[in-house]
Design a protein around this ligand. Sequence first.
Ligand code: FMN
Length: 215
Amino acid sequence: MASTANEKPLSEAIRHRRSTPSFAPDPLPEADLQKIVDAALLAPSGYNTQPWRFIVVRDPMQREKLCAAAMNQRRIAEAPVVIVACGDSAHLDGEVLDEMLRLAKEHGYGDERQHEIVRRNFPNFIESLELNVWLNRQVAIALTQMMLMAEVLGYDTAIMEGFWEDRVKELLVIPDSAHVVALLCIGKLRGPDKPFGGRFDRSRTIFHERWGGTR
Ligand SMILES: Cc1cc2nc3c(=O)[nH]c(=O)nc-3n(C[C@H](O)[C@H](O)[C@H](O)COP(=O)(O)O)c2cc1C
């Protein structure tokens, strides 16, 4: 992915990102949206299973309804694009496994013997998972890549977990096999940005060599 002159360095995007308090109605050009979505699709995932599903919501009426299903957080109706990030556990040890092995072969990743081992072990792996925890882990990484790509391209973002999952699922016709992880609003900041809320001292959150370990 070639960078363009007006992209921010990733380090700057990470330092200056805020959860945007209000969005201007300016549309998000299709080419930029494509880059943002592609950034998610390049994320890593366990066994390369790619269980994420992203619903891109642009239609103003649909965003109004989504806003109502998300505790009336107005930013959902304001932002030109809202991405609904989901994880899907359907057909993981069937069609998904076949497709992931087909891709691996196509890209020359692994040999027959390794693919056979994966085919044998994968169902046990899936069986051992707490599915929604596992889906959250996979999808959150992809969603973060998407958020940071949007920030690098000069957009503002807000991730949201304040929604009623059953209402979001009904509105967007999301199947039972899928779980809604979070919403991501993308657009341009309107008005003043939210001030930095601070972060805990690193002695509370960064350990060395063991839990609680200090240097
Ligand atoms: C997973 C996740 C869910 C969040 N959900 C909401 C939300 O529903 N509504 C909201 O106003 N802020 C939400 N936030 C924003 C947080 O409040 C915000 O990230 C935090 O206060 C730190 O501020 P900053 O993002 O500007 O650094 C969410 C953030 C994350 C990472």
